[in-house]
Write a protein of this length. Structure first.
Length: 85
C-alpha cells in the first residue's frame, strides 16, 4: 500500500508544478488583485488589455509558455484561457 501512495504522489508532482488558473476562478477586476491571484495560480502577468468587452491578461506559466487569460470585468471570474499565438 505504501508503494501505491508513493507512486500516486510522484505522478501528481509534475501536475502541481504546472498549475494554471481555471475557468470559473475569481481573480478580481483590478490589476493588483488579478496579478496576485494569477501568480498564485502559476501564471505571471506580463500585461493587461481590453478585448471584446473582457479583460485579457497575457501571462507566462512556470514552463514559460505564453497564455491569454480572459476575465469578466463585472465578476472578476476567468471565462476563457487559451495559448497565446
Amino acid at each position: 500500500m505504501k508503494h501505491l501512495a508513493l507512486t500516486l504522489a510522484l505522478l501528481a508532482a509534475p501536475l502541481a508544478a504546472h498549475a494554471m488558473p481555471q475557468v470559473g476562478d475569481v481573480v478580481g477586476t483590478n490589476p493588483d488583485d488579478a496579478s496576485a491571484a494569477l501568480l498564485a495560480a502559476g501564471c505571471t502577468v506580463q500585461e493587461f488589455e481590453a478585448e471584446d468587452g473582457m479583460i485579457e491578461a497575457k501571462c507566462l506559466d512556470e514552463a514559460k509558455a505564453h497564455w491569454e487569460v480572459y476575465i469578466d470585468p463585472a465578476s472578476g471570474a476567468v471565462t476563457k484561457i487559451k495559448a497565446d499565438d
